[in-house]
Ligand binder design. Structure first.
Ligand code: GLP
Length: 262
């Protein structure tokens, strides 16, 4: 895992965006996995800027989102489909039919999860997966003790995640759905590259455990240690509990520019 520590979330997000730029320029029909939550918003703003100001072309790109709440229709203010439309898709030239978010309203959830996995395979697999991390170490909505072999399926959120996400539901925990559909950890690990973003003190413990703790399902993100191409873009606050932070800085500072954006 490569650890990239930047002075703040904006600079870290711009560095992450350079990975997206490189991919989309090299492979215009790239398949990109996307995340929701507050963390990737700066990355999405930078992708929008790159499209508007520098002509970055998403017309052939396909996307697959990590997860969706069960029971929220796409037009619901807090559905992840709505989040993606508002915060990214409608501001770039991606074709809406090439964007995929798990269906939170499916009548047959297992069948729709299997179809989602198949759609990823049919698209050629995910080239680059963007990840956030929950304060309990979840990726997508793969809560602690999720199987590392899991595929897209229904999950129940932990109370910690319900409480964390209440901020998006007028601070009313009773409004937060308890179930979701999420890509599995196995699905995420199949992506050719994973980039995780994490900002703020609230993520420092999870980041330290992810990078320097044992690989264990109690800390789902720790499986990234086993991924051949995983990069972590974090700010100083999220990096504050890393034992080897100065080593990670030294490694990154010593890299040639072409390798930093690769
Ligand atoms: C949500 C999402 C995750 C996201 C995480 C962190 O529950 N399902 O994909 O990474 O929580 O959210 P935030 O970035 O707002 O801290």
């Amino acid at each position: 895992m490569e650890i990239i520590i930047k002075e703040n979330g904006q600079v870290a997000s711009e560095a992450a965006a350079r990975i997206v730029v490189r991919l989309v320029k090299e492979k215009p029909n790239a398949v990109i996995g996307l995340a929701t939550g507050s963390t990737p918003l700066m990355l999405y703003r930078e992708m929008i800027r790159l499209h508007k100001e520098e002509g970055l072309d998403f017309s052939q790109v396909t996307t697959f989102n990590l997860d969706e709440y069960i029971g929220l229709p796409p037009e619901h203010e807090q559905s992840y489909r709505r989040f993606m439309n508002e915060n990214l898709f409608k501001h770039i030239n991606i074709k809406m039919e090439n964007t995929h978010v798990p269906d939170g309203m499916a009548e047959d959830v297992p069948a729709s999860c299997a179809a989602y996995e198949q759609a990823i395979i049919d698209a050629g697999g995910i080239d680059l997966q963007v990840l956030g991390i929950g304060s309990d170490g979840h990726v997508g909505f793969n809560e602690p003790t999720s199987s590392f072999a899991s595929r897209t399926r229904i999950k129940t959120l932990t109370r910690e995640t319900v409480a964390d996400n209440a901020r998006f539901f007028d601070d009313d925990e009773s409004m937060v759905p308890h179930h979701c559909v999420t890509m599995g950890i196995g699905t995420i690990m199949d992506a050719r590259m994973n980039i995780m973003l994490a900002f703020g003190e609230r993520k420092a413990d999870a980041i330290a455990d992810t990078v320097e703790g044992p690989i264990a399902s109690i800390m789902p993100a720790s499986i990234l240690q086993y991924h051949p191409a995983a990069k972590l873009f974090i700010d100083e606050a999220a990096a504050s509990k890393l034992k080897l932070a100065s080593y990670y800085r030294w490694v990154y500072d010593g890299k040639p520019k072409w390798q930093k954006d690769a």
